[in-house]
Design a binder for this molecule. Structure first.
Ligand SMILES: Nc1ncnc2c1ncn2[C@@H]1O[C@H](COP(=O)(O)OP(=O)(O)OP(=O)(O)O)[C@@H](O)[C@H]1O
Ligand SMILES: [Mg+2]
Length: 405
């Protein structure tokens, strides 16, 4: 049997366990199973109740195991939420033996982290080189084999509060799951929905989930900036509930079935019936009015993001515009609204990069889960594939994980 990779997307609205098998030629991943369960114990992307989150993860895991007919004992996990920080930092080392080696890359990364002087309660998620500089030669992506005296780097360092990761680990532990790696959710989503040209030309990817909207900005092929907002699809649902006086569950259904993020697209005079309380008959509301309430919230999300893009000078670098993903991007009219607000081209980002993607996984809701698989596959050394499926000891992942984080 082939080697497998398991992704665990712990979202505010759903937990997804997605299993991929490495193809025989090691070139790709084929989906072989998944399990999805409603989420519990999360708020704004963060675990707030370990018992509830554990139960939900265990359900999703069991469903995936039933589908693949085997046990799952480890997974790559996404992390998101307000305790994420990112910064660009530099580092410098003298090149050993006059030629840049893998060891020098590791040393220069350590020098970046040393200079940052991070405390123990900070977990380093990613150290992503923006460029290397060998003596005065700038803009180098891979300096290995180059000769020189000093190796400098500018790195994007993404960190989070260690407790976020420890809480995830506690849930996984109770589900008899080991953590193969922990990856920033929007960085994972980007692996599934963006192509290389977009990364090069400049793109802002916006993953609108239920509890958080996660943003990642790329240009010149590198991640430039990430941030997360606690306003997302769940906020839109609450707005709808308040606007038409229905419960959140009812509002969720109405939003998904009739919602539109650009009120002028819903101007046809279309009406819909919504439930009333206390045995009263259903009420009639105009779809345009419902859509106006929805538009206001999505517009607010986009305006906040635009403010960050402008403040940091990124807006003029977005040659490939805006890519919207996450479940909250499924609403009608959102691409048009994004084009209006950002004055850039926009598209919806569907997950890709893996074979046999079909059914419910073929939706933007699963950008993070599919992205976790892509990330794990792309970042693991080639010679590490081998051995046994699901129940294997994931030694290769561990060694890569230790090196990379
Ligand atoms: N057709 C639709 N129209 C509008 N919103 C939708 C639609 N389908 C799904 N959503 C919204 O998408 C959100 C769920 O998206 P997603 O599954 O990406 O979130 P999550 O991963 O669980 O949460 P998070 O990433 O914020 O922790 C919900 O708020 C849901 O209402
Ligand atoms: Mg999500």
């Amino acid at each position: 049997m082939s080697t497998s990779i398991v992704a665990l997307d712990i979202g505010t609205s759903k937990i997804a366990v997605i299993v991929g098998a490495i193809t025989d030629d090691n070139e790709g991943i084929e989906l072989i199973g998944h399990g999805i369960s409603p989420s519990k114990g999360l708020q704004e992307g963060i675990i707030v109740n370990i018992d509830q989150a554990t139960t939900a993860i265990a359900h999703a895991k069991k469903r995936a195991e039933d589908m693949i007919g085997g046990n799952i004992d480890s997974a790559f996990v996404g992390v998101s939420g307000k305790h994420i920080s990112s910064c660009t930092a530099d580092g410098r080392v003298r090149i050993s033996r006059d030629m840049v080696s893998d060891t020098d890359l590791r040393r220069v990364k350590s020098s970046v982290l040393e200079r940052l002087g991070l405390s123990d309660d900070v977990w380093v998620l990613h150290t992503l080189p923006k460029e290397y500089i060998v003596d005065s030669r700038r803009g180098i992506q891979d300096p290995r084999g180059m000769t020189g005296t000093f190796l400098d780097t500018l790195m994007h360092v993404i960190t989070c509060d260690s407790n976020l990761v420890l809480n995830i680990e506690a849930c996984l532990d109770r589900c008899q799951l080991k953590m193969d790696g922990v990856i920033l959710e929007q960085y994972a989503s980007a692996q599934a929905v963006l192509d290389n040209d977009e990364l090069e030309l400049g793109v802002c990817m916006i993953d609108i989930g239920h509890g958080t909207t996660d943003i990642a900005i790329f240009f010149k092929g590198a991640l430039q900036h990430v941030f997360t907002m606690p306003i997302a699809g769940g906020t839109v649902t609450s707005d709808v509930a308040a606007y038409i006086n229905v419960t959140k569950d009812q509002a969720e259904l109405i939003k998904k079935e009739h919602g539109c993020a650009l009120a002028k697209l819903a101007q046809s005079g279309e009406e819909l019936f919504v439930p009333s309380t206390g045995g009263r008959p259903e009420r009639k509301i105009e779809r345009e009015n419902l859509s106006r309430a929805i538009e206001m919230r999505y517009q607010e999300i986009f305006e906040v993001i635009k403010g960050v893009l402008e403040k940091n000078g990124y807006l003029q670098n977005l040659g490939a515009g805006i890519v919207l993903t996450g479940g909250g991007s499924r609403i009608e009219g959102l691409v048009d609204l994004a084009e209006e607000v950002f004055d850039r081209t926009a598209r919806q980002g569907m997950p890709g990069g893996v074979a046999s993607l079909h059914g419910e996984l073929q939706r933007p809701d699963h950008a993070t889960g599919i992205g976790l698989l892509n990330y794990a596959h792309r970042n693991a050394p080639d010679d590490k594939y081998g051995g046994n499926i699901i129940n294997r000891t994931v030694r290769w992942v561990k060694s890569w994980y230790d090196q990379s984080f």
